[in-house]
Design a protein. Structure first.
Lengths: 430, 212
């Protein structure tokens, strides 16, 4: 790395220093009680996965440049200069962290390691050190609107297929999927992972929209809600992707932007984007599960829980639960839709991360650790003896499916909307 | 002892001055960083989040980490109680209020606090994962606190140790503004910031207790 690059990296760090970040960088006492809270640390107790150890990568550079002791007596406080070797040393720790914030809940001081890791990723990304596939996906998202390169034609073909399928299933020849409908109440944006791997989840959502009589639309411009910039730390891409969704919502004049079951996309649009972009929205952002729960509680959906007779448990996606406070909505929706529900222990804000967040599914170099880190989750699921594991995030759904297989558990992994849609009683069925 | 007493008596005031200036400068520098208004639509109650983070969340049974690591948590709490007792002992002597009571308290709390504080040092110095995350500051800060507890406790038993106790206080006062013991101030800011955000998002919420 040239001196100019080092200077750029330090300037980037400087630009990101806020009171919360500085406080979290200055306050850690290295008590290490966070170690046990990390699902990755439980693989083999490798210190590189101790949350405070991961955060220390950035912390020691911060100290070297921003504290008196670090500047003049770096060895006293573990401060380090930023250089190429130092940054290379960051990569494995920083990119394997799923930024699930379980350690933040556990930390006696309340240090948000996720914020520190996200900042570290921004620096690594700006220095060209982000994992290759993450970079590619982010680039695809910026160029084509979809990290998995789902084209507009592919998307519209899919919708046409859904429409035909649902016309049959709903026995309604007039059934149409609205696209680019201005003034609709809801704009629903799915995730590319659902389009490609879990199309049944979108079908389930469409059935629920139909049953609730929702005034919704898809967009032919923004049809993938994922935001890979969040994962790789590319700030410009993160903002640009979020901004396109916001502009489309404004163009269509909708009231509520509904994010599909995609945890990081919901978190990004619901909580982060207003602050990244320095703007308040003219519309609300909701997750589809929030809406489904509202419709159930308003009596807009008729459900027959006996149609889901197998025992169901629920995995709290970190971005929906610990990061967004959506704990009861998915549970209420599931409890209304299944015969038997049992929560895993621990759950809600103490829930174990599935291991697939933070972009881990797009980093094949860490696949072995990703699967192994699902051990805690597999143990939790096994303890419930549930036959169906529901979750509200396509990313988690993908990871959990692989984790169940990896740990030889005969458990079906489904989205919350799949479970609810399966219990739907449509008027024309009565 | 007389020489040490005289020397530390002279240096103590300078140490207090450096402590005050050092703490103020470091704190002001940190507080100068922006705390931006959160523009997202709130789901919960940030004030309750901050209140909870500073109060109930600190109860040992409210956190998985403290439940699992109850020994470390208890050792840490008693160590901190020991330090506060020794500080109050110093204040009581200076203000000549409740000296007898504080002497008695330190005689009991001091040795236990010292033992547990040193056990945390041993833990850090011997366990592989603790060594991996530790730097000079972690060991040095602990030893300074141990020294302060030791000297304060010795003084509670015999006033002849007061010079040594003052020396320990001087070293501690000089180090706190630069090392990790500065968390004595930032701890509260960090908990509040954590509580505000998690309260705002409805993660920390009124209602049923957390289950684990």
């Amino acid at each position: 790395m040239s001196n100019t690059q080092i200077s750029d990296a330090l300037n980037l760090l400087e630009s990101k220093l806020t009171l919360p970040l500085v406080t979290y960088l200055e306050t850690c006492t290295h008590c290490a009680v966070c170690a046990d809270s990390c699902h990755l640390y439980h693989i083999d107790e490798d210190p590189i996965h101790i949350p405070c150890f991961k955060a220390d990568k950035l912390r020691r550079v911060y100290k070297r440049n921003h504290t008196f002791a670090g500047k003049y007596f770096p060895w006293l406080v573990g401060a380090h200069d930023l250089n190429d070797a130092e940054l290379d040393d960051w990569v494995d720790s920083v990119y394997q962290c799923t930024m699930c914030r379980r350690c933040t809940i556990a930390c006696p001081i309340g240090i948000d390691n996720s914020l520190v890791i996200r900042t570290s990723r921004s620096i690594l990304s700006a220095m060209g050190k982000a994992p290759k596939m993450l970079e590619e996906h982010t680039e695809n998202a910026c160029k084509t609107g979809s990290p998995l390169k789902v084209s507009k034609e592919d998307f519209l073909d899919r919708l046409e297929w859904f429409e035909e399928e649902l016309q049959d299933e709903l026995d309604d020849d007039d059934y149409e999927i609205p696209i680019d409908k201005e003034g609709a109440e809801f704009l629903f944006i799915p995730a590319s992972l659902e389009m490609m791997k879990f199309p049944e989840t979108i079908m389930s959502t469409l059935k629920i929209f139909y049953a609730a009589g929702a005034d919704y639309t898809f967009s032919s411009v923004r049809y993938d809600v994922t935001n890979y910039g969040v994962f790789n730390g590319d700030d410009a891409a993160t903002k640009s992707i979020a901004m396109k969704d916001i502009e489309e919502a404004n163009r269509l004049g909708i009231k509520i932007l509904v994010v599909s079951e995609c945890g990081h996309a919901y978190r990004a649009l619901r909580w982060e984007a207003p602050n990244w972009l320095g703007m308040e929205y003219a519309f609300e952002v909701k997750d589809i599960v929030e809406l489904v729960q509202e419709w159930i509680s308003d009596g807009k959906l008729t459900l027959d829980s006996s149609l889901n007779s197998e025992k169901v448990t629920y995995h709290d996606p970190c971005n929906m639960g610990r990061n967004s406070g959506l704990f009861e909505e998915p549970r209420d929706a599931l409890k209304a839709s299944v015969s038997e529900f049992e929560d895993m222990l621990p759950n809600r804000e103490n829930n174990w991360c599935c291991g697939g967040g933070g972009g881990m599914l797009s980093m094949p170099e860490y696949e072995a650790n990703r699967l192994a880190s699902g051990k805690k989750k597999a143990e939790q699921v096994k303890d419930t003896e549930a036959k169906v594991l529901a979750t509200a995030c396509a990313n988690c759904q993908m990871q959990l499916g692989q984790v169940m297989e990896h740990f030889n558990l005969d458990v079906k992994v489904e989205s919350v909307t799949d479970v609810v849609a399966n219990a739907l009683v449509l008027e024309n069925e009565n | 002892m007389t020489t040490l007493n005289n020397l530390t008596d002279f240096l103590f005031n300078w140490a207090v001055l450096i402590f005050i200036v050092g703490m103020t400068v470091r704190l002001v520098r940190i507080l100068r960083y922006p705390y931006k208004k959160d523009l997202s639509q709130s789901k919960g109650d940030p004030k309750y989040g901050a209140f909870y983070a500073l109060t109930f969340a600190m109860l040992p049974w409210k956190k998985e980490s403290t439940k699992k690591h109850w020994l470390t948590y208890t050792a840490g709490m008693i160590m901190h109680l020991g330090v506060f007792a020794v500080i109050l002992f110093a204040l009581s002597r200076r203000l000549n209020i409740g000296v007898e009571m504080m002497t008695t308290i330190v005689k009991f709390v001091g040795p236990v606090g010292l033992l547990l504080a040193f056990s945390l040092f041993v833990k850090r110095a011997t366990l592989g994962y603790m060594k991996a995350i530790s730097n000079f500051d972690d060991y040095f800060s602990n030893l300074l606190v141990d020294f302060y507890l030791l000297a304060g406790t010795l003084t509670a038993y015999n006033l002849e140790w007061v010079g040594l106790w003052r020396l320990a206080a001087i070293l501690l006062l000089l180090w706190i503004p630069f090392g990790k013991i500065f968390h004595m101030l930032l701890f509260f800011i960090s908990r509040v910031l954590f509580g505000l955000q998690f309260g705002r998002r409805g993660v920390i919420r009124h209602g049923p207790p957390i289950s684990y």
